[in-house]
Design a protein around this ligand. Sequence first.
Ligand SMILES: *Cc1c(COP(=O)(O)O)cnc(C)c1O
Length: 413
Amino acid sequence: MHHFEYKNGDLHAEDVRVGDLAREYGTPLYVYSAATLRRHFQAFDSAFSELDRLTCYSVKANSNLSVLRLLAAEGAGMDIVSGGELHRAMKAGVDPAKIVYSGVGKRAHEIREALEAGILMFNVESTGELDLINEVAISMGKVAKISLRINPDVDPKTHPYISTGMKKNKFGLDMVSSLKTYERARDMEGIEPVGIDCHIGSQLTTIEPFLEALDKVLVFYEKLGNMGIDIKFLDLGGGLGITYDEEEPPHPKEFGAALTAKLKGLPLKLILEPGRVIAGNAGILVTEVVYTKTTPSKHFVITDAAMNDLVRPSLYGAFHRIVEVKESGRATRDADVVGPICESGDFLARDRELPDVQPGEYLACLSAGAYGFTMSSNYNSRPRACELVVDGNTVVVARRRETYEDLTHLEEE
Ligand SMILES: *Cc1c(COP(=O)(O)O)cnc(C)c1O
């Protein structure tokens, strides 16, 4: 059952015509399907039902409060990477005992805020960070539970910008120094090492790199046991990929079965941090064709959505399927779909076979629910898009469209 489907030639978000939403709320417009978010979360979480587990949705994929609230109501914990994301998670009513905090550059005030909130644990990425957490915790009379983020040196075979578990990446600690760091952590007054963490990258389309990393982590887990460090949590991060184009990532069920086979019977609580696989295909970006233009070498479809709304094509050369909101049945032609921003890198698609769309018509950029709005900006002084959550035939404005006033209200006039 898919929740973005054509009925009588009209693209629907659940029970609502996307064209009606575009007319009512304007474009560019993000539309998320609540049923899809729920289904994705449950499919992922239930794949690990044989294990003691906590599924912590990765907030950075889509951090809208409505999305966080919906997932929290499904039982999700959250993986955060900043004080701002902590603020969002708390505002959305997430149980702090289900929050893990990752990221390489945590500031002292962010650490304090997280300790005040009472989060489950920090995923620590450097010795400097460990020292700072210890210091802050002592000053507050608290003990911070931590995992060290291990860099297992595994190639996840994904885009270099979203590979994180290779030796050359900035993330985590190598396995040799990690052993010493756990030893230090064990003896720190403000620190209790309770877990091992690892996140090797995003948009992985095979299970093998996960298993390779897990094998290394399990060897490491044994070593820590021999050192008398009592590890209770194993955090394997996020990273499961989705279908944007022709990718065939493993179903969460398959992923769950593979991990379960290796972890069953171990006295560990598994933490997972899925982001993209929950939100990616639960959202679309709707845009209006403003102009078309044919030059001697290309046909351009100029839309009102741009790289500031959805940067993935420009940043990673990422593919997003683009479809008509109302099927026209027109013959296709090769086109570049580009935005109004003054950069040649501003495109949503290049050399794409599309029906011969005309100004005033709507297009939908699919698979835009993760790393879409959260990566958007005001570049070229473009107000950020409106976000809607559709649930059956109910429509909620999850974030109103920014106004010109929103663009300047923090500035000296
Ligand atoms: C980004 C990130 C995730 C989520 O990755 P997805 O590919 O969206 O599942 C999980 N954990 C950490 C530490 C991350 O940085």
